[in-house]
Design a protein around this ligand. Structure first.
Ligand SMILES: [Fe+2]
Ligand SMILES: [Fe+2]
Length: 281
């Protein structure tokens, strides 16, 4: 698997210029978004275990890219968590993550089967491309939306990592020795992965990150409510151009023209759905 071309180790936590932190430029909505993102990123080790099962028949050295990818995602969690702890000393990443992990365990992470829940390794890679398209554009939006210099740097570095991850999975998708899957199937996998953003992962991460443990009884978890609140927070960060980029990346992954009519429709539909969900919060 010729993934080395897109896989160069990125950056280290202590390379961030933490001393530039400007408390006056911190925005409460952005803090809520960063805390939730830190929890989702920190869940990478479970995904590494799952992906290694799916790619279990590959040569051992070919699995090292999964480890490297997972290590970078975990580092994203640490960087975002440290920033959030600096911006809000009441927030503790380890504590919030422990609650998130206890309450959120996707079935495919817990199993021991070697089959991808997407039906094939190619399907798995398309789903990964969707996620990396989403994260790359989200952190680009975060970088563009914040005036806080440390977060701007972190979000910029993470967005570049996520784009590289997309290229890694895109390349892996095309390097599989299993039969290709049809366009409609690819599109179905991609749409399915986008729809999964409505499941508990983002909503419960937002809840655990932003509702302190002591307030759980008074403010119990509701997927609908916290999914909407997470969407509302996201819409204060996203601009249309970020969604355009996201959809173009997904279109390329499924084999469609990133600048064609399907991508234009996809962008318009996704933007409208996101606006609607955010408005319902
Ligand atoms: Fe990440
Ligand atoms: Fe990533």
């Amino acid at each position: 698997m010729a993934v080395g071309t897109v896989y160069r180790q990125g950056w280290k936590l202590d390379e961030i210029r933490w001393h530039l932190f400007d408390a006056g430029a911190v925005d409460a909505t952005m803090v809520a978004a960063v805390k939730a993102a830190a929890l989702v990123e920190s869940n990478a080790p479970d995904y590494v275990t799952y992906l290694k099962r799916v790619f279990g028949n590959s040569p051992p050295e070919a699995l090292t890219w999964i480890e490297r990818w997972g290590a970078e995602e975990s580092q994203h969690g640490k960087a975002l968590g440290r920033w959030a702890e600096t911006a809000d000393p009441g927030f503790k990443l380890d504590e919030a993550f422990a609650r998130f992990r206890k309450g959120y365990q996707p079935a495919h992470f817990a199993g021991d089967g070697a089959d991808s829940v997407r039906g094939s390794r190619r399907g798995e890679m398309i789903a990964r491309c969707v996620v990396e398209s989403g994260t790359s554009s989200y952190y680009a939006a975060m970088r563009d939306a914040t005036d806080e210099p440390v977060l701007k740097e972190i979000a910029g570095r993470i967005s570049a990592d996520e784009f590289r991850h997309y290229k890694l999975f895109y390349e892996t998708l095309h390097n599989q020795d299993e039969p290709d899957i049809g366009f409609l199937k690819k599109l179905w996998v991609a749409i399915g992965r986008v729809r999964e953003s409505n499941d508990d992962e983002l909503a419960y991460a937002y809840y655990c990150a932003n509702v302190p443990m002591g307030q759980e009884l008074a403010r119990p978890y509701s997927r609908k409510l916290y999914s909407r609140l997470a969407a509302k927070t996201g819409m204060t960060i996203y601009r249309r151009r970020h969604i355009q980029k996201l959809v173009q990346m997904v279109a390329k992954a499924v084999g469609a023209d990133p600048h064609g009519r399907l991508a234009d429709w996809g962008e318009a539909i996704l933007w409208r759905m996101m606006q609607k969900k955010a408005a319902a919060a």
